[in-house]
Write a protein that binds this ligand. Structure first.
Ligand code: FE
Length: 205
């Protein structure tokens, strides 16, 4: 058994299982993207409302760069669930997603800076930076605003956020941006090779 699998046994992953089942039901029933964002935000807020279910292997910061751990990918790649772990001072580049996304803070805080294009095509701040705290949820999509930069909102401790996207986000070709608006193509991938086991229902029996 892998180290990740052993660590999984210490926490109850049934909450995450319930979340992915509810999200699959939502995607089957939702009329449009806004319905997914509205109901998905409520589901995500419930998931991150308690911090006792994320296995330690998917909560571990890296000394030099933020970590993006895949927790679950839908079998039809309609959505993926990811834990982002931020060490002090760690930040993403300015980037887009090309699909809808939900960002919920599980532990600590996350600083979100949104960008929009001005008339010359350069990127400019879209409002003041936001500090999302544990339990709070933000949304992105090409329809409502898709370009942002995210960083650890705490200067002296790791933060963890749970993100949900409308695709297998680690495999999506998307862009990072220079401040003048020039895009560079990237595919983020994931930091982990093993996934948490959500599906061993015998643990609850
Ligand atoms: Fe993002």
């Amino acid at each position: 058994m892998s180290v990740a699998a052993l660590l999984d046994r210490r926490v109850d992953t049934s909450r995450l299982r319930g979340f992915v089942i509810a999200l699959a039901d939502l995607l089957a029933a939702a009329r449009d993207e806004q319905a997914i964002l509205d109901a998905g935000s409520a589901l995500l807020a419930r998931l991150i409302g308690r911090d006792d279910w994320l296995p330690e292997a998917f909560a571990r910061p890296h000394p030099h760069r933020y970590q993006q751990y895949l927790l679950h990918c839908d079998s039809r790649e309609r959505f993926s669930v990811v834990s982002f772990v931020w060490g002090p001072g760690q930040a993403t580049p300015i980037h887009d997603h090309t699909v809808w996304g939900l960002v919920g803070v599980l532990r600590g805080a996350e600083r979100v800076e949104r960008f929009r294009r001005n008339e010359r095509g350069a990127l400019v701040a879209d409002g003041e930076p936001m500090l999302l705290r544990a339990g709070e949820v933000d949304a992105v999509s090409p329809r409502i605003g898709d370009i942002h930069r995210v960083s650890n909102g705490l200067a002296d401790a790791p933060s963890i956020s749970i993100h949900v996207y409308g695709a297998n986000i680690g495999g999506v070709e998307r862009s990072t941006y220079a401040v003048d608006g020039r895009p560079s193509s990237f595919v983020s991938g994931y930091a982990n090779g093993d996934l948490p086991n959500l599906w061993d229902r015998s643990r609850a029996l």
